[in-house]
Design a protein around this ligand. Structure first.
Ligand code: NDP
Ligand code: 2IT
Length: 450
């Protein structure tokens, strides 16, 4: 007799935990995918015989290195650098770099694993990777950030290249950090190539890349709502975070007539019950990107409420876009959101909802767009930046936004195709996992046992 799905899943979990002890974020991301894929492949022995899912959980390679630099007082500082090259079955490794004190192997392995499925969903030829460091750019001067980035790239450059591995930004890595790293790579190789994405427009960057992740997450929620005959116009929207993804999710939500009532950072959230104006959002963008201030200053400036140490999921909203970090929305938050009338969630951040939170959204049939689908717009426009670099051309803004819009719509439709249940409910998580898996798995089968 064939083992049951739950027996298969438990056996798979035991192997995963034995091979990767203590890596809770990595276990969480893999088991969330396995929950869709193990039932899907049960009657497709080609995938089980070739151990495709097991092979996908094992990174192609992990590079760990020391990063030494000198602070403004002349003291020697030591950080750890990482690059996880997870899977290049369908294209060069591609994925961001995160600089944050919470960075460790488990966090980067979960991000690299997710990236493989996300990049596959974009329809572009990109494999998956992720990297970063436990360096904290927040309390450092520009010169310290520059010295760190130069030291980091002095080691990383051995392992990357436009046809090998193309890093980009993530938490703590924006255009400033990309500029310093690209400059160092160019200096060391004497080559000007598209080895990083998210570059400044003057040196090979793409229009719409800065906006792409946030815009894409809103386009996805627009498509989920349209499927139900609904729209964003007039809806109340809670957004967490105040960084790159949150800023442009807020901008697009406002453009489509939504009322953005919250933003947050790691110190708490601001509540603006009537919805913020674009000019107020511009002020927040300047605060965060140029003055590098705290979100409370926006509450002081505009007379909004500030809720110290809290997350924004307790206020009544129709739509929620978690855009800060992993596991920032748990089952209690999910219950509160649904109780207060929330009908749709689109994840701008990577894995922001805990498994129990996801289960609650699924059980209540709340429209739920998982990060690997909802935030794929960022890496998709990174893929378009790579194409422009290879062609030595720059495409126009309207063309790029249209490409992004179409890519998000196609991801939505793929998720619907693989995630539609008999009861009429669309399980976007199952759809995203299966659609993302299939392309990578079939490429791996073509290569044989490697
Ligand atoms: P930024 O560094 O620009 O902004 C991060 C925001 O999240 C800040 O407001 C930060 O607050 C908050 N935050 C970070 N860590 C925590 C924490 N532990 N607790 C509470 N708040 C926190 O990063 P991005 O906007 O680029 O990234 C946000 C999310 O989106 C991440 O999950 C990232 O992986 C994901 N993502 C990013 C893409 C991109 O293109 N940039 C693409 C796809 C996904 P504070 O300043 O106080 O730390
Ligand atoms: O999580 C992500 O998709 C990113 N941080 C963007 C990756 C990229 O290569 O643009």
């Amino acid at each position: 007799m064939l083992p049951s799905i739950s027996e298969e899943l438990e056996k798979f979990r035991a192997g995963l935990e034995r091979r990767n002890p203590g890596e809770s974020e990595f276990h969480q991301a893999v088991m969330e995918v396995a929950g869709s894929i193990i039932p899907f492949i049960q009657d497709k022995p080609v995938y089980t015989k070739h151990r495709i899912l097991e092979r996908m959980t094992e990174p192609d390679r992990i590079i760990i290195f020391r990063v030494c630099w000198e602070d403004d007082q002349g003291r020697v500082r030591v950080n750890r650098g990482y690059r996880i090259q997870q899977n290049n079955a369908i294209g060069p490794y591609k994925g961001g770099l995160r600089f944050h004190p919470t960075v460790n192997l488990s966090v980067l392995k979960f991000l690299a694993f997710e990236q493989v499925f996300k990049n596959s969903l974009t329809g572009l030829p990109m494999g998956g990777g992720k990297g970063g460091s436990d360096f904290n750019p927040k309390d450092k001067s520009d010169h310290e950030v520059m010295r760190f980035c130069q030291s980091f790239m002095t080691e990383l450059y051995h392992h990357i290249g436009p046809d090998t591995d193309v890093p980009a930004g993530d938490i703590g890595v924006g255009q400033r950090e990309i500029g310093y790293m690209f400059g160092q790579h160019k200096r060391m190789t004497n080559e000007f190539t598209g080895v990083l994405t998210g570059k400044g427009l003057e040196y090979g960057g793409s229009l719409i890349r800065t906006e792409a992740t946030g815009y894409g997450a809103v386009y996805f929620i627009e498509d989920m709502l349209a499927e139900q005959g609904e729209q964003i116009d007039g809806r109340r929207v809670a957004i967490s975070g105040a960084g790159n993804v949150a800023q442009y999710a807020a901008e697009k939500a406002i453009q489509l007539g939504g009322k953005v009532v919250t933003l947050s950072d790691s110190s708490g959230f601001v509540y603006c019950p009537d919805g913020m104006e674009q000019e107020q959002l511009d002020w927040v963008v300047d605060l965060k990107n140029n003055r590098r201030g705290r979100i409370k200053e926006a509450a002081d400036e505009f007379g909004w409420e500030f809720h110290e140490g809290q997350r924004p999921w307790s206020v009544p909203v129709d739509l929620a876009l978690p855009c800060a970090t992993q596991n920032e929305l748990d089952a209690e938050d999910a219950k509160l959101l649904v109780k207060n009338g929330c009908i749709a969630v689109s994840e701008g951040a990577n894995m922001p909802t805990t498994q129990a939170g996801i289960d609650y959204f699924q059980a209540t049939r709340t429209l739920y767009a998982p990060s690997k689908a909802a935030n794929a717009g960022g890496v998709a426009v990174s893929g378009l930046e790579m194409s422009q670099n290879i062609a030595k051309m720059s495409w126009e803004e309207a063309h790029l936004d249209e490409r992004l819009r179409k890519i998000m719509q196609r991801i939505h439709d793929h998720c619907k195709e693989y995630g539609s249940n008999n009861n009429g409910h669309i399980d976007y998580l199952k759809g995203a996992n299966i659609a993302g898996f299939t392309k990578v798995a079939n490429a791996m089968l073509a290569y044989g046992v490697i």
